[in-house]
Write a protein that binds this ligand. Sequence first.
Ligand code: GDP
Ligand code: MN
Length: 297
Amino acid sequence: MPKEHIAHYDLNALSESVKASGRGEVLILTPMAKFLPEYWQNLNKLTYPHNLISLGFIVPRTAEGDQALKQLEQAVKTAQSKPHKFKKITILRQDTESLGSQLEKDRHALAAQKERRSMMALARNSLLFTTIAPATTWVLWLDADIVETPTSLLEDMIMHDKPVLSCNVYQRYTENGEPAIRPYDFNNWVESEEGLRIASEMADDEIIVEGYSEIATYRALMAHFYNADENPSTLMELDGVGGGAVLVNADVHRDGAMFPSFPFYHLIETEGFAKMAKRLGYEVFGMPHYLVYHHNE
Ligand code: GDP
Ligand code: MN
């Protein structure tokens, strides 16, 4: 048989060469319901060598998704004709259901969470399992509405060499004409006694979603730990993560940690993923003083 029909990968040798160079291959994965030019510009400004970065997108099969796909394809074409090309770009069209309404008030209604988050979990898994490659060292989950990060995002996160590491997602807005910031993502949290008690009294198929007053868990939310005077590279241990900007050592995914679309310890999607990583023996961290910004709708 011609030798090009067999691809050999010595995972040990691959990880040794990454250790030696300190530069692993990164796979940036983004579920994308909307294309925001600010997301794309921010992504293209990342200083990590683009020839070590592959991108993967999954776009829903909705009218909004059609629009996003067109804009994304156009942006990709332009970027890949320039010198600092990304290594590889994969665009998937979702084959599973999406939520009918993407309006913020509908998306964020508590009643919609189980269905919405479980659809998102399927989309994330499908994106992950079709794009992860033998040479992938890191997977960065970056939502399509993260419009601003430090350009050194990858270097700043990889430096910590943690199995799972989540940024603090904030949002810019104006208050009485003055620019201000506020916490956005409440899915980065530390488990509480009350959270465990609520879970212990739930039926098998029930889930807890963080950030809703209807389910008061009293968990410590990383969003509230931000302090502008503290060192941005400070870490805190977490039990749940959101999907805004999360760096995962690819081995954590290869060991089987994915996004449960079903209640896993009464958690789903990114929060369930953190739980699964922990059950596999990995530690999960967040950077409370390291901010990335969510688009303001
Ligand atoms: P929120 O920030 O918690 O309100 O969550 P979003 O609605 O922003 O969703 C998180 C990410 O998934 C964003 O990047 C969205 O563009 C994307 N997204 C939302 N809904 C879908 C969907 O049905 N399919 C896919 N593939 N992506 C989606
Ligand atoms: Mn969002």
